[in-house]
Design a binder for this molecule. Structure first.
Ligand code: SAM
Length: 272
């Protein structure tokens, strides 16, 4: 019985392949690839000559049996067009079927646009929701956003460039204006990590969004903004470290979601 390796591939910069991914792709009997042309470019770049078969959205069920029987003969690596297979990409059904047959699954860590965008966003990373793609249908998209409206955790969306404008407009209508990071063309020559609010993003990208986008959106405002006790504690730390009242208020305002004036008012109220 072979092993099914889940192998992330670069999301733009080929240098992001891992040494282990190369080793696995070299040694398996077969690579099941979402996009055989992209796979050919990757394999030729790294001088790999492993046989490739297609496994994409529209043949994923008919291909299941073939890949499962290949797995009985030896190891198979699953790759997607870019990033981590199974994450807004084909893989889920194959992985489930392989698990059901008692096959060993070995996942390799590696590139994924969602986590790369999240950690650069400056929004809370302690807890987050990966939403992936919203529906192309306006009604379903709005319903999904309504359900996420009071979600306190940071939200991560994938979006196609020609839908970024509509999605931002729907977010503004349903979420109100919140902090957002648009991570565009990650790891590529024209990488842009844009930070602002949803309304500002709509103005900036609305009609002319180009390239691949991850939209990272602050959770519901209550969760985004520190409560008074946390602001108070942070002020004490700054003051104890020798900061002036104004400097402490500025520093705490930068990280707490409070305006400097409000932090300053709290400081004065407490006489702290
Ligand atoms: N499996 C992939 C992953 O692990 O990130 C995601 C595949 S999904 C079909 C493609 C979407 O991922 C794009 O529409 C975009 O939202 C996001 N994406 C992929 N590469 C990206 C990049 N280099 N920069 C920004 N977003 C990217």
């Amino acid at each position: 019985m072979g092993i099914l390796y889940i192998v992330p591939t670069p999301i733009g910069n080929l240098d992001d392949i891992t040494l282990r991914a190369l080793k696995v792709l070299r040694e398996v009997n077969l690579i099941a690839a979402e996009d055989t042309r992209r796979a050919a470019i990757l394999l030729s770049h790294f001088d790999l000559h492993t046989p490739v078969t297609s496994y994409f959205e529209h043949n994923k069920l008919s291909k299941l049996e073939r890949i499962l029987s290949a797995l009985e003969q030896g190891d198979v690596a699953l790759i997607s067009e870019a990033g981590t297979p199974g994450l807004s990409d084909p893989g889920y059904e194959l992985i489930r079927a392989a698990i059901a047959r008692g096959q060993r699954i070995v996942p390799l860590p590696g590139a994924t646009a969602a986590i790369t965008a999240l950690v650069a966003s400056g929004l809370p990373t302690d807890s987050f929701v990966f939403v992936g793609f919203l529906s192309r249908k306006a009604g379903e998209r709005k319903r999904a956003l309504e359900q996420l409206k009071s979600e306190g955790r940071t939200l991560i969306f994938y979006e196609a460039p020609h839908r970024v404008g509509d999605t931002l407009a729907d977010m503004l209508e349903i979420f109100g204006d919140r902090s957002l990071c648009a991570a565009r063309e990650l790891t590529k020559v024209h990488e842009e990590i844009w930070r602002g609010t949803i309304a500002e993003a709509l103005q900036h990208f609305g009609a002319k969004a180009l390239g691949e986008f991850v939209l990272v959106v602050a959770g519901a405002l209550a969760a985004d903004r520190w409560d008074e006790a946390r602001v108070h504690a942070a002020l004490q730390v700054e003051l104890a470290a020798g900061a002036s009242a104004s400097e402490a208020a500025r520093q705490v305002a930068e990280v707490s979601g409070w305006h400097k004036r409000a932090v300053y008012a709290l400081l004065n109220k407490e006489g702290s």
